[in-house]
Design a protein around this ligand. Sequence first.
Ligand code: FAD
Length: 337
Amino acid sequence: MEKIFVLTHVDESGTALAKASLEAVSAAVELAKSFSAELTIGLLGADVAQAAAQLAGAAPKVLAVTGQAFAQPRYATDAAACEALVKAAAPTIVLAPSTARFARVMAGVAHRAGGAIDTHITAVSPSLEATRWFYRQRIEAVVKRERRPWFLLLDAGTHAAYSATGAAPAVEAVAVAAPASRTTVAGTRSPQQGEQTIRPNAKLLFVAGAGWTKKQSDGQVHAADAEKLILGFLHAADASLGSSKSLVDQSGENQATLKFMTHLNQIGQTGATPRHAKGLSTCCHGEEPHVVGWRFVNERRAINLDANCGWARGKADVVYLADAFQVMAKVNELLEK
Ligand SMILES: Cc1cc2nc3c(=O)[nH]c(=O)nc-3n(C[C@H](O)[C@H](O)[C@H](O)COP(=O)(O)OP(=O)(O)OC[C@H]3O[C@@H](n4cnc5c(N)ncnc54)[C@H](O)[C@@H]3O)c2cc1C
């Protein structure tokens, strides 16, 4: 008989569960239901009262490690807390969100528990087969393991977020002595220059390509207009910003324009593969190494002056053959209204 355990942590606000955590919970609820397995949830954070309320109706048992020592992500304290939670729940299957905090620590926890781990999981079938992608999302693999406990780190954007029903569950505290640590968190330094443009939960991915920095029909470069149009759209549509390699290579720290763009925005073979319902590509040619990163963007549109661009060759659902400067100015004007 399998025993399923969802291991999760409070988000950066320090009190709530992030969408990725709630996705792991709904994946576990589904899995437990499919073969009537027992489900337990483990929480980690300074204070988990609000997070526990988000779990109402999900599982009969919620365990938690709490206290100031566990407020900040830190390998030593997170590993000790997760190890204690796993020991208390004694599961055979552990589902956890692939957050930066857990991706860093979970392989070590699996080792301490004498188990095995697989990462970047996108689905788990009722027959306990886990699916993941390899080679920049080109090969899909199905993984099955005999070893227990088996830890599965779930990629965000692959499941619906759990929504609570009923009263908050009782939380059972698991005591852990925080290990001695020489690491103290002094603050955070963001690689983004003043502007948070990467929003994994946004419905729309807006991609800017190198065309924004090229000479336009009047023979001039219009980088200041480009910056205004791109940021104006991101704010109005609450979209996430992606970019092509050509543009990030000349952005951020490397040039004076489009300072808000860094390599973290890059989408593609050597960039990210985000998950968004829709994508709008502007001033970007639609080359294969870039489009590989659009794998999980469901509805794709592009604006390009070139009728022979990659998007027009079957890579987008809709291509607008138009000047992106003019189109985005009009779109922003409509959004402002
Ligand atoms: C091994 C390898 C890995 C790579 N990995 C990646 C990766 O991860 N991500 C990535 O992005 N690239 C990657 N590349 C590079 C990729 O092949 C392309 O060179 C790059 O994506 C091109 O960027 P771009 O489309 O922004 O620029 P360009 O090719 O310069 O295209 C600019 C486009 O803007 C259009 N344009 C100009 N002005 C306007 C306007 N006013 N209105 C509308 N359209 C306009 C032009 O028609 C043109 O199509 C990789 C390449 C290799 C070899």
